[in-house]
Design a protein around this ligand. Structure first.
Ligand code: JFZ
Length: 427
């Protein structure tokens, strides 16, 4: 047994109730990288120096930014909470931080983005979360490491002289304090990310000692006692409030030390998190819905990402994806909100979600006329389609059809539903 330092204990389950009921949130990656529009890691990938990256700061002017519009779209898509990158790895801050000039108020836009954002999403009834990058490729005290844009610079070692990561850790605490005191009640904080081991090159990685993660968590718990903190602070012996697999569908409910944990999958609509103009890997409507159903069928949440453009709009491809969710959730939201994994085994090509004694069967491919549900003999009172509430007949177990006695055999332990030959024309 680990004894947990006071102030570091994880949130009790009842404080996470809203989160597991809501099930579906919007992730937003927005920053200077929206201008190059070729991946939020562009500074790293193209090894861009801070001087060369400055042009994006000098041209940051999202004149069409209207957070009320975003919030309406998120709500219409069925999303119940939002997580915004207040600072991503590039180090640029979307609020008027007192401890840096590398912030939106110093760009041509010249105004705070975060205050209006928080207000707009709350007004639509969504809970609000802040993503805050532990990595910072701009801060002068952040040592060049395996992910740093200057990692291959022959001067890297010399550059690190005088860089003091403990000063950076204290900068992070200052910023987190601003974020968690200046914008009212914040529901989620999403730190990103740790890489304590040496990676592909010889430079050491970074983990909880570098971030001073314990101090950070204590501060967060102190300022916002009900906030949900994710698991990317490299606090291996501390239970996190939520585990966050990324761009990946687990095979089963994720476990920590053998126990099912609260978890949230995050996914992109295309491949990049930040706005990427030329990417051609947008997920199909079918894939978008499956990601949500798959996740909830294993007891998780889905945080689906959008990357607004440099002018502050969601582009048409993102808007269409949100429409897909909106249309589907309007009819099928009851199989998502407040639902979780069922203890029953799903038939082939199906997923199950369950809320209380109501079982939702999601058919990923359409069977011919009959759907057999094992282990449910005598337990199904009524069956219906969710999209139109039309009855789905249950094949009586004890009656044989005199015209064709071999037609349907109902196993004594299962229930057989009679489906129309043609799949109803809903997504
Ligand atoms: C991180 C970010 O680098 C990325 O830009 C985005 O913000 C995403 C949500 O989070 O990406 C990660 C973090 C951890 C791993 C991979 C990508 N990992 O541990 O493999």
């Amino acid at each position: 047994m680990n004894t947990i330092t006071p102030g570091l204990a994880a949130l009790p389950a009842e404080k996470k109730q809203w989160f597991v009921e809501d099930r579906f949130g919007m992730f937003i990656h927005w920053g200077l990288y929206s201008l190059p529009a070729r991946h939020e890691w562009v500074k790293n990938r193209e090894e861009i120096s801070t001087e060369d990256y400055q042009k994006y700061f000098d041209h940051f002017d999202p004149d069409l930014y209207d957070p009320a519009e975003w919030a309406k779209m998120a709500r219409a898509a069925g999303m119940k909470y939002v997580v915004l990158t207040t600072k991503h790895h590039e180090g640029f801050c979307l609020w008027d931080s007192a401890v840096t000039d590398y912030k939106v108020t110093e760009t041509p836009y010249g105004k705070d983005l975060l205050g209006p954002f928080v207000e707009a999403f709350r007004a639509e009834g969504l809970k609000v979360g802040f993503y805050y990058s532990l990595i910072d490729w701009h801060h002068p005290d952040f040592p060049v490491d395996p992910f740093h844009p200057q990692r291959n610079d022959p001067e890297a070692a010399r550059m690190n002289e005088g860089r003091d990561i403990s000063r950076y850790a204290s900068y992070m605490r200052d910023q987190v304090r601003e974020l968690l005191t200046g914008f009212g009640k914040i529901d989620v904080i999403w730190f990103d990310f740790s890489y304590p081991n040496r990676l592909h090159n010889e430079l050491p990685g970074k983990g909880h000692k570098d971030w001073q993660s314990e101090e950070l968590v204590k501060l967060v718990r102190d300022l916002q006692p009900e906030i949900i903190i994710n698991n990317r602070l490299d606090l291996v012996d501390l239970p996190a409030d939520v585990t966050t697999p990324e761009q990946y569908v687990p095979r089963e409910w994720p476990k920590v030390k053998g126990e099912n944990v609260t978890w949230e999958a995050c996914h992109t609509l295309s491949g990049s998190w930040g706005y990427h103009r030329d990417e051609d890997t947008w997920k199909s409507p079918d894939q978008l819905i499956r990601l949500l159903v798959d996740t909830v069928s294993m007891g998780g949440n889905l945080l689906m990402n959008v990357g607004p453009t440099g002018r502050g709009l969601l582009d048409d491809r993102a808007v269409s994806a949100l429409d897909v969710y909106g249309k589907w959730m309007k009819l099928n939201g009851r199989s998502i909100y407040g639902c979780t994994q069922s203890s029953l085994e799903a038939p082939q090509d199906c997923r199950l979600t369950q809320r209380g004694n109501r079982l939702y069967v999601h058919l990923f491919s359409w069977p011919f006329r009959h759907l057999h549900l094992d282990g449910l003999a005598g337990k199904v009172r009524y069956a219906q389609f969710l999209h139109d509430a039309s009855e789905v007949l249950i094949v009586p177990a004890d009656e044989e059809d005199p015209w064709n006695p071999t037609q349907v055999k109902v196993a004594p332990t299962s229930v057989t539903l009679e489906l129309p030959v043609r799949k109803p024309d809903v997504l």
